[in-house]
Design a protein around this ligand. Structure first.
Ligand code: OFO
Length: 166
């Protein structure tokens, strides 16, 4: 793989690790609120982001490239109400979608076919991620100030397990 692709993939590893860190911070935030289901959902999400980072890590190594790990940024520790947390998660996923699209554009410009194929998985994944987080945002909006609806949603999102993921 050429230097431009290698740098872009390494930058994306950092984005994915930072994503994991953000979701872990959101999990801690929910744990402080005693919302165990949302906590579980965020922990699963943090785990999934680590897997995304590892996909890119393996892709670089399998192609004889070099992985450069950079410092991971510090995520905020306060996120507000459950609705605000999921709204922040959604806008973060929209940012990641932008990064993946940009990466795909670079892979096209560099005629890097293996990178394009690898990135197609991420393009699909981003559609799913935005859909899942977007649904949670909509449901939290519907719940509004209704505490029992909030607890029901907490219970529902708490059912998420790693096995459902690819
Ligand atoms: Fe949330 O999909 Fe990776 O970052």
């Amino acid at each position: 793989m050429n230097d431009r692709i290698q740098t872009a993939f390494n930058d994306q590893i950092n984005e994915e690790l930072f994503s994991s860190y953000i979701y872990l911070a959101m999990a801690a935030h929910f744990e402080r609120m005693n919302l165990d289901g949302f906590t579980n959902w965020m922990k699963e999400q943090a785990q999934e982001e680590l897997e995304h980072a590892m996909r890119l890590f393996d892709h670089i190594n399998r192609r004889g490239g070099r992985v450069f790990l950079k410092a991971i940024g510090e995520p905020p520790s306060e996120y507000g109400t459950p609705l605000e947390v999921f709204e922040k998660a959604l806008s973060h996923e929209q940012h990641i979608t932008g990064c993946i699209n940009e990466l795909y554009k670079i892979a096209l410009e560099e005629n890097d076919y293996p990178a394009q194929i690898e990135l197609q998985w991420f393009i699909d994944e981003q559609v799913e991620e935005e859909e899942n987080v977007g649904r949670a945002v909509e449901q939290l909006r519907m719940a509004g100030d209704n505490q029992s609806a909030l607890l029901m949603l907490d219970r529902e999102l708490g059912q998420r397990t790693g096995e459902e993921e690819e």
